[in-house]
Design a protein around this ligand. Structure first.
Ligand code: ADP
Ligand code: MG
Length: 357
């Protein structure tokens, strides 16, 4: 186990393929990131495609040289160490299993490269296979495995090296939705057992919310927020985080130079929002969707300045009839309101909104 830390990390690609170019046609893939895991932590790095997640991970693993900044693993600067010496295991999105080798040979391969003797190799392979529940599959080849099983083989191959850090780059993205849920659960339980510090990359906020001890939200090469899932969800640092997490995303309504934010589940029929300290809005509903028991109401609100599109999510326990074309009084409790600067998108101090009704 080890703590991973990056300080002032930057990675610039010359003449890259992306939009995020500096004045010389360069891409700032990682643009000044400071980040530290704690011991044995499951840290999820979350952000949209192209925000620099893979580059950050590859730089930690030693597969890319940083343009600037330091990488610390287990209390040492590892910038000058080759990948193998960093005791880091990276599992890629593609798993990169050898198709012609058996599962056993795939798992044992890195140990052979390390010059570990045969008995010891066999012992470690059995141990990893047992831990991941793939003992019965050791003589198969990758194409004879399901997506979930392949993932476990890739993990076993990473595990036998007894790394001090796991770096997992979207390991579930090749699985179908159903398998993802069980594989996600399995990964989490696996990490709980081995307690190896893990950085897990995903662009899927549901995965991040479910898996992470903490979530690091990344956008355009920068870290936007780092905190436990509940904190990042409840107290987003800016409008990017507010809308990237949550499905449907946080509503943002402009008013007097600020954006007033509230989650769809907090926009409720007025009669259900108690106390005086609340924001009451006439909600013009134009569409109703039924999703796994909840009702999603799409429409516009007035009374906050310009008319703005918002979404309300009513739990199954709220049975008040709402039809498209109707206007209803809805409200949000003041505790649930978040405020953002309309220009920068950064979180600001609460301002007083019209309350009561
Ligand atoms: N080898 C490379 N050469 C040039 N540009 C690259 C290279 N690798 C990644 N990039 C660019 O850096 C940015 C971050 O990419 P990446 O780290 O793969 O993002 P993510 O994993 O979050 O999708 C993207 O704009 C990508 O096009
Ligand atoms: Mg990637």
């Amino acid at each position: 186990m080890a703590v991973v830390e990056v300080r002032g990390l930057r990675k610039v690609f010359d003449g890259g393929r992306a939009r995020r170019r500096g004045s010389h046609g360069r891409v700032n893939a990682v643009d000044g990131v400071d980040l530290a895991t704690s011991e044995g932590e499951y840290l999820v790095l979350l952000g949209p495609s192209g925000c620099g997640k893979t580059t950050l991970l590859r730089t930690i693993a030693g597969l890319e040289q940083p343009t600037d900044g330091e990488i610390w693993i287990g209390g040492h600067v590892v910038n000058e160490l080759p990948p193998r010496a960093r005791r880091v295991a990276m599992v890629f999105q593609s798993y990169a299993l050898y198709p012609h080798k058996t599962v056993r040979a795939n798992i044992v391969f890195p140990l052979k490269a390390q010059g570990i003797d045969k008995t010891e190799r066999a012992k470690k392979t059995e141990w990893a296979a047992e831990l991941l529940g793939i003992g019965p599959l050791l003589d198969r080849r990758p194409r004879q495995l399901s997506g979930g099983e392949r993932q476990r083989v890739a993990l076993a191959r990473a595990l036998v090296r007894e790394p001090s850090v796991f770096l997992l780059d979207e390991p579930l993205s090749n699985l179908d939705a159903k398998l993802r849920a069980s594989a996600r659960d399995e990964l989490k339980r696996f990490q709980r057992r081995v307690r190896t510090t893990t950085i897990y990359v995903t662009h899927d906020q549901v995965e991040a919310m479910g898996l992470g001890d903490r979530i690091a939200v990344m956008y355009e090469g920068r870290l936007r927020q780092l905190g436990p899932p509940v904190e990042v969800y409840d107290d987003p640092a800016d409008t990017f985080v507010a809308t990237f997490l949550g499905s449907p995303p946080m509503n943002l309504v402009p008013r007097d130079g600020v954006l007033v934010g509230f989650r769809p589940e907090h926009l409720l029929p007025e009669t259900l929002v108690h106390g005086d300290d609340r924001l009451v809005v006439p909600f013009q509903v134009d569409r109703v969707e039924h999703l796994s028991g909840d009702r999603h109401l799409y429409g516009t609100v007035r009374g906050l300045g310009a008319e703005t599109r918002v979404i309300a999510r009513l739990p199954v326990t709220v049975t008040a009839p709402v039809e498209p074309g109707e206007e209803h009084q809805f409200a949000v409790h003041a505790d649930r309101l978040r405020f953002f600067d309309a220009d920068s998108g950064e979180r600001t101090e609460p301002v007083s909104v019209r309350t009561g009704s």
